[in-house]
Design a protein around this ligand. Structure first.
Ligand code: GLN
Length: 505
């Protein structure tokens, strides 16, 4: 395979694109209706539903640490993805059956079997995702040679698959299940289960035909020096039980996921840096992955308010009338997927165009630009809410502009970050490092929920770091400040980081 930046992308990229598209259909489709299902069909209160949701998303992005480790050391990517895909499909089907047993009135309590199945279904998806997500993401880059400039563009194309899946998943599950009849939620789980199977078997079907690296070696096969493939299966029940335990404690007793995530990051850093076989250069590159992932927390913590505070804003403060039709508040967040899919080819072209002229910004600068665009999105909203009189709604232009800026920002940061992590990782840790990258959204999603809880409501004054929040202007200022300061510091650090990346751009 040629290394020229002008040549076509390998067919393997499109296989990974299709696989990830169906997996994200399943993930985002289910995620979109989960809270509605918990509150409307299972009669949980909003706080409990939010806790279960937050715990679920936090853990979904935490288990890649284990899935990445097992893939690098024991299984390889293909086996990990296949196992993870089957576990996630099983999880969706168990949720479907659990929904058949749901209580029919709020007065009735949920049967112990139905509760067990609910948590088991979520737990299987948490564990399955750990095996799927870091591995599919690391395989994309492995198709290309270390010096191949097409890697950023490849991740941007892959990212379109992610968002195409998310748009379809959201639409399908909203249409089949959010009908007003709580009986219908089960169809979302069924649809997502089949989408997951489709993704898993798409990869199985095509991997021997299309998944080859630039030098012709199969991508994602079991590592030649694997200490044992089969015994890892014994770990799966343990992992499942641990996830269920953490989810249960987090939802019903006390919030433990946040400290748990931070501790995991510290332990992984310790383990990797203690590996004597890594050279000084390797260590410096790994350190860059950790530093960059830290800044990325600020991106996702502000960006991921889309399903939370920004949806409250759409619901309560935005004039949603479009030529006589009232646009549903929940639909605004789908603008993100829409802008990603429509703008990704443009961004891939821009990076390719600049690359050919040696004018492409290095990855860390692109990521700082991404953070800046999130800040600008919130600055736009600030213009809308400044001096807003209570009861008056703002034009939907503000949210559309915000989602546009945030999506371009995401394209500058997220696929580029995946590509950067792939380039910086020592080969033996490539999937584990991908998992470190996914720890950022795990921590950030939890933080996004906490920030969103400060959303001002009538008669309630919240506070951030001791500063009282009286209105929307002050609330959105938190997001401007967090992403703006992170962007600024990353711009200032980018040059220094470049020096310890040893030629990686
Ligand atoms: N939207 C992307 C995905 O689903 C990004 C996820 C993340 O890194 N937070 O893969």
């Amino acid at each position: 395979m040629s290394e020229k930046s002008t040549s076509r992308h390998p067919s393997g990229l499109f296989l990974l694109f299709a696989t990830e598209m169906w997996e994200r259909f399943s993930y985002y489709g289910m995620r979109a209706i989960l809270v509605l299902y918990l509150t409307k069909a299972l009669f949980f209160d909003k706080a409990m539903a939010s806790n279960i949701y937050g715990g679920y998303v936090g853990l979904v992005y935490m288990t890649p640490l284990i899935g990445g480790f097992i893939a690098d050391r024991y299984w390889g990517n293909r086996r990990s993805i296949f196992t993870g895909g089957l576990l996630m499909a099983l999880g969706q089907f168990i949720l479907f059956f659990s929904a058949l047993l749901r209580p029919t009135t709020a007065a009735e309590s949920m049967s112990p079997l139905a509760s067990l199945m609910l948590f088991l279904g979520l737990g299987l998806m948490i564990v399955g995702n750990g095996f799927f997500k870091p591995n599919i993401s690391s395989m994309v880059g492995t198709l290309y040679s270390p010096t191949d400039r097409r890697r950023d563009a490849a991740y941007t194309i892959f990212y379109m698959g992610i968002n195409l899946g998310s748009i379809m998943g959201n639409l399908v599950t909203s249409l089949v299940s959010d009908t007003g009849n709580p009986e219908d939620f089960k169809w979302a789980f069924l649809a997502c289960g089949f989408a997951m199977l489709l993704g898993t078997f798409t990869l199985k079907w095509g991997q021997d035909k299309y998944l080859f690296s630039w030098d012709g070696t199969p991508v994602g096969a079991t590592p030649a020096n694997s200490p044992g493939v089969k015994k890892v299966y014994l770990w799966l029940p343990l992992l499942l039980i641990t996830s269920l335990g953490i989810m249960y404690v987090d939802a019903f007793i006390t919030n433990i996921i946040f400290p748990f995530l931070i501790l995991s990051a510290v332990i992984i850093a310790y383990l990797v840096f203690a590996d004597k076989s890594l050279s000084r250069i390797d260590r410096e590159k790994v350190a860059v992955i950790f530093i960059v992932s830290f800044f990325v927390i600020f991106f996702w913590a502000t960006f991921e308010q889309a399903p939370a505070s920004l949806t409250f804003f759409a619901d309560e403060q935005t004039d949603r009338d479009l030529w006589g039709y009232t646009v549903p508040a929940s639909l605004f967040q789908n603008l993100n997927g829409f802008f990603i899919v429509t703008c990704a080819p443009l961004m891939a072209f821009v990076w390719g165009f600049l690359g050919k002229r040696n004018a492409e910004p290095p990855s860390v600068y692109k990521m700082a630009i991404g953070l800046l665009l999130v800040t600008l999105g919130y600055v736009v909203i600030e213009f809308g809410v400044k001096n807003l009189i209570p009861g008056v709604k703002v034009s939907m232009f503000y949210l559309v502009a915000l989602y546009f800026l945030h999506s371009i920002g995401e394209l500058c940061l997220s696929p580029i970050g995946l590509s950067l992590v792939n380039k910086l990782s020592p080969p033996k840790y490539v999937s584990l490092m991908m998992a470190v990258w996914f720890l950022a959204p795990a921590i950030a999603n939890k933080a996004a929920g906490m920030i969103s809880a400060l959303y001002p409501e009538e008669g309630k004054i919240t506070s951030f770091l001791g500063i009282p929040i009286h209105n929307l202007y002050e609330f959105f200022l938190i997001n401007v400040a967090l992403s703006g300061v992170a962007s600024l510091v990353l711009f200032l650090l980018a040059g220094r980081l470049g020096k310890v990346m040893h030629g990686v751009k």
